[in-house]
Design a protein around this ligand. Structure first.
Ligand code: PEP
Length: 247
């Protein structure tokens, strides 16, 4: 049985007061809840870990540098993230690929840095609106998988999140058929490169405008093992029904 994961990416939202949402979320979560991960902004990581300790909710960061330390003003390393007690780090989110021109090779290095620090890397991939319209989705995904996933990937050191860029923050969601097609394709590619033991077990998340009212539809896809959720993870009242739909 693959583990299911509901992951929330708070992006650049929230202050210390927002951490009250963790306890509120725990109170609303079903008893058979899947794994739940919240990725708050970096300044909240230490406090988020303290606040989450009694809840079982895991805490992750939204990005890391590929180096362990050094003259990289403003950056944080995977080792620093691990030092806060966090367990995961998102790498290759499309907002970073676009705004900071991060390429597959950068994502690959960051994922390796995450593993070296003992973190699970949540590696994001996804096609642009233009590539989607041009029916290039599977080619783009194949390229990103080949370039972003390092050798040495296992079903426990990595989670893969398929996030079509045109669906992030837009309210647009692919059809169930499209989600099934891409997730089946991703799993097939991973099995052929890393073998069935890893490919069958690695969690694949869908991300892009997941909301309480569409989560059940999305989770019907056999190769969707959870979600990476932006906007709807900020409030416990929105995220809890998504978690329940996955349970
Ligand atoms: C995201 O940022 O990873 C995301 C999926 O955002 P949203 O759920 O708001 O579309």
């Amino acid at each position: 049985m693959r583990r299911k994961l509901a992951a929330g990416n708070w992006k650049m939202n929230g202050t210390a007061a927002s951490l009250a949402e963790l306890e509120a979320l725990k109170a609303l979560m079903p008893e058979n809840a899947p794994d739940v991960l919240i990725c708050p902004p970096a300044p909240l990581l230490f406090r988020a870990n303290e606040a989450a300790r009694a809840t079982g909710i895991q805490i992750g960061a939204q990005d890391c540098h590929a180096q362990n330390s050094g003259a990289f003003t403003g950056d944080i390393s995977a080792a620093m993230i691990a030092d806060t007690g966090a367990s995961h780090v998102i790498v290759g989110h499309s907002e970073r690929r676009e705004a900071y021109e991060e390429h597959d090779s950068d994502v690959r290095k960051k994922a390796k840095a995450a593993w070296a620090a003992g973190l699970t890397a949540v590696i994001c991939i996804g096609e642009s609106a233009d590539n989607h319209s041009a029916n290039n989705t599977l080619d783009i995904i194949a390229g990103q998988l080949a370039g972003s996933l390092p050798d040495g990937m296992t079903a426990t050191n990595t989670v893969i999140a398929y996030e079509p860029i045109w669906a992030i923050g837009t309210g647009k969601v692919p059809t169930l058929e499209q989600i099934v097609e891409v997730h089946d394709f991703i799993r097939g590619k991973i099995i052929s490169r890393f073998g069935a033991e890893i490919g069958d077990m690695i969690p694949l998340l869908y991300g892009g405008s997941v909301k309480p009212d569409n989560a059940a539809m999305i989770f019907k896809a056999e190769n969707v093992d959870g979600a990476l959720v932006g906007g709807a993870s900020l409030k416990a009242a929105d995220f809890a029904p998504i978690i329940s739909a996955l349970a």
